[in-house]
Design a binder for this molecule. Structure first.
Ligand code: SF4
Length: 252
């Protein structure tokens, strides 16, 4: 996921929190949750308590994820206890709708050709299926650190959008070659872009090959979409069942 999507996840978290707050109330919740912790069994109970404390005291989301995994993997507890234990991790009510966590990709932001956010409306994009020669040309013309007006001017990669792409595409050796060469004017901007252009053009070629396979086989695309829709429908049905149960609505 890229950082653009974080706000959408936050809206979903807010809805889940609100719903759980309104419909997850249960008389004597804390006592029941404590009993559910004991039902996890000796070492698992201790581990659950440690992870819960870590999350509640320091906001450690890895501890939260581990505690959730611990609860889900335990087959000895009832469904009701599972919901109590999940809810007890974060508050004092049942967790009917889980709060999704943000999982960012290693490079949460891909810059556009001008260093701004990549966007069609800015005209600074590289298309996934664009002609490889056109992609190479766009990258050759890509903006760099304005301090490098001449080949002999040293620059600063941190002020250059090309460097952001190196962080995504280049290995450690290439990155240190860029860092050193840019700061000492040992390399020119076109030298710097060359390994990047090779990598990106190769990637675009492979996207095009892959896309062509699907274009040649629309039946395959339809079956992938249908399979995905079936999975989504089943997950939505289960969630709606949970929601109706919590709201005491009958599913007719
Ligand atoms: S050498 Fe590379 S990192 Fe430095 S300004 Fe030129 S393109 Fe950017």
């Amino acid at each position: 996921m890229g950082e653009d999507q974080v706000a959408h996840v936050e809206v979903t978290r807010e809805i889940a929190r609100r719903f759980n707050h309104l419909y997850g109330r249960e008389p004597q919740f804390e006592e029941k949750a404590e009993r559910a912790v004991r039902n996890l069994g000796g070492r698992n109970s201790t581990l659950y308590r440690q992870l819960r404390r870590r999350f509640q005291e320091t906001g450690d989301t890895e501890a939260l994820a581990s505690a959730r995994a611990l609860v889900h993997s335990n087959n000895r507890i009832t469904v009701a206890d599972r919901e109590r234990l999940l809810g007890f991790l974060e508050g004092s009510h049942l967790s009917i709708l889980p709060e999704p966590q943000v999982l960012l990709t290693a490079s949460p932001r891909v810059p556009g050709l001008d260093g701004r956010k990549m966007s069609k409306s800015y005209g600074n994009t590289i298309g996934l299926r664009e002609d490889p020669d056109a992609v190479a040309q766009k990258l050759r013309a890509m903006k760099t650190d304005p301090a490098r007006a001449r080949r002999t001017d040293p620059g600063d990669p941190e002020k250059c959008p090309v460097w952001d792409l190196h962080k995504i595409y280049s290995d450690e050796a290439t990155r240190s070659w860029v860092n050193e060469g840019c700061r000492t004017a040992g390399i020119g901007c076109l030298d710097c872009k060359k390994p990047l252009i090779e990598k990106i053009v190769e990637e675009v070629r492979s996207f095009r090959r892959r896309a062509q396979e699907f274009e040649d086989n629309p039946e395959l695309v339809r079956s992938i979409v249908a399979e995905g829709a079936d999975k989504a429908r089943e997950a939505a049905r289960q969630t709606l069942d949970d929601v109706r149960r919590a709201m005491h609505l009958r599913a007719d």
